[in-house]
Design a protein around this ligand. Structure first.
Ligand code: ADP
Length: 503
């Protein structure tokens, strides 16, 4: 039997190009799918500083596709175009400003995916399913329909906050058909929404945890798209991300100096010493909390800043590794100056330091106001660093609250905030510190957290079910428009174009 062929399209894929959790998913999920016998290829953009690839598989005008094999063995295709080539970082320039040609760039990326799916590049491989991720790839389902390409489409929402909204005129500039710019399609309050186009036209939708799948149907978490999602609720599945054990394993991690596992915790104490030394701090047994991630309102960094005086007064030390808008980074630098020896701040992206921090800390703070899945808390648990979380989305799905007081900690592996504010954070940290003061109980919690497994194999098996469901319910070509397809004038199939219409 021919294996199912899946083109996995994403704007990041670790270790080649990583900004956040999407990169980890785009590396691990295709690998796990390949392990289940799926013939999967990954398509990502190539920005400045990335490797050129091992072999060229297609070239045209000033664009080319090269193939590179990553550790997972999955063929990864890099799209090299002038627009991407000029980017030194993926989503924003060095000053944190979004790029002016974001829409053009994403549309071009989508059109190349369409060209692969339609067999227009002369490659000897065409997918049965195109799996898109986030708004940057969300025009693909619409363009597949327009070009009458029989592949089914799946769109994964990793974060509904990022929607790719542009002036409606941009739709015409990008050569989108008129029917696509209607309210039943990609039009969103007088603008063009890439994500909405994907939500409307993809055969199946997934998101990265069951909790978030339920939350985004509500106005509180739906980011203005809960109505659209409601209409497609039958097509939406929440599948928890896994954790790549090959990368995140304190027993073998090449980026940490001392190795350990749940049965041998001495290495974690040594990892703590290494981390404290790297921060220039002495080891006085003060509890050490960490934050690793984007400095952004979503991540609740403002909640931590507000709670900081009380957390420090409780004896907690805090290390933050993150990057974000310079305006959001600034108060953290001020905090580090205000609390020398208690608060350390490292900005920028530093994979090696991230591993050291996961290994050397006691707690990981994740007071996110929403969290589609969250990888940092899963990584932290694997490294015996207990997460303190606002129990929303994937955080509620992955962290079990250790409770409080006598008998507390039975069955738990982290701490839930009782409210999504500084008071809730201080309360949860207070419970954590009380339990840490009881070393045998603390070790039990740490061991339990380390033994939790977030399995990519199970996640890949669920994705496979979704692919088959997408194939079974695939929207018919435009000659007989599907029910959710606006019936307005749909043009005949248009050959994909890579050049921008107005470039
Ligand atoms: P996001 O919402 O950004 O995807 P996740 O928790 O799902 O957040 O994933 C974040 C991933 O990126 C984790 O693997 C985390 O360790 C990593 N990460 C985030 N910021 C940094 C940084 N500044 N340096 C190193 N790794 C980082």
């Amino acid at each position: 039997m021919t294996p199912l062929r899946v083109l996995y399209v994403a704007s990041e894929c670790a270790p080649l190009l990583k900004v956040g959790g999407l990169a980890d998913v785009a590396a691990a999920l295709p690998g796990a799918l390949a392990g289940l016998g799926v013939d999967v290829r990954v398509l990502i953009p190539r920005i400045a500083g990335m490797p050129a690839g091992d072999a060229e598989i297609w070239s045209g005008d000033d664009c080319r596709l090269t193939e590179i094999r990553t550790d997972t063995g999955v063929p990864t295709w890099l799209l090299d175009t002038p627009r991407f080539r000029h980017r030194s970082a993926l989503y924003a320039d060095r000053d944190g400003r979004p790029y002016a040609d974001d829409a053009e760039c994403a549309a071009q990326f989508c059109r190349v995916a369409i060209a692969v799916a339609g067999g227009f590049l002369g490659l000897d491989w065409r997918p049965d399913v195109v799996h898109c991720n986030e708004w940057q790839t969300a025009l693909v389902p619409l363009l597949l329909l327009e070009a009458r390409i029989p592949a089914a489409s799946v769109l994964t929402i990793h974060n509904l906050a990022h929607q790719g909204v542009f002036p409606l005129e941009m739709g015409e500039r990008l050569g989108l058909p008129r029917w696509a710019l209607q309210p039943q399609a990609a039009e969103y309050w007088g603008q063009l929404s890439f994500l909405k186009a994907g939500l409307v036209f993809a055969d199946r939708l997934t998101t990265v945890s069951p909790g978030y799948a339920a939350e985004i149907l509500t106005p509180a978490f739906g980011a203005g798209l809960d109505g659209v999602l409601h209409d497609r609720a039958q097509a939406l599945t929440g599948i928890l991300n896994g954790l790549d054990d090959a990368v995140w394993d304190p027993g073998h991690d090449p980026l940490i100096e001392t190795h350990y596992d749940a049965a041998r915790l001495q290495g974690k104490r040594a990892a703590r010493r290494v981390l404290l030394e790297a921060l220039g701090w002495s080891d006085d047994d003060a509890p050490l909390a960490a934050m690793i991630g984007r400095i952004a309102p979503q991540k609740g960094t403002d909640i931590v800043l507000e709670a900081l005086p009380r957390l420090v007064a409780m004896g907690l030390r805090l290390v933050l590794l993150g990057s974000g808008d310079p305006d959001l980074e600034r108060p953290w630098r001020v905090a580090a100056e205000r609390y020398p020896g208690r608060v350390a701040v490292r900005t920028g992206f530093d994979e090696a330091l991230a591993h050291r921090i996961y290994a050397g800390s006691d707690l990981l703070l994740m007071p996110s106001c929403f969290e589609p899945c969250g990888l940092a808390q899963m990584i932290a648990m694997r490294y015996g660093t207990l997460p303190v979380v606002n129990p929303v989305g994937g955080l509620a799905d992955t962290v079990v609250d250790a409770g409080a007081g006598d008998g507390g900690g039975v069955g738990g592996d982290g701490f839930w905030m009782t409210s999504a504010d500084p008071v809730g954070l201080v309360e949860a940290c207070g419970r954590a510190l009380a339990m840490r003061a009881d070393p045998p109980r603390w070790s039990r919690l740490v061991r339990r957290a380390m033994r939790r497994r977030f399995d990519w194999k199970a996640s890949a098996a669920r994705h496979l079910e979704v692919y088959h469901a997408a194939l079974a319910t695939r929207a018919p070509p435009l000659d007989s428009p599907p029910a959710r397809q606006p019936r307005a004038s749909a043009p005949a199939g248009i050959a994909p174009q890579f050049a921008d219409s107005h470039a």
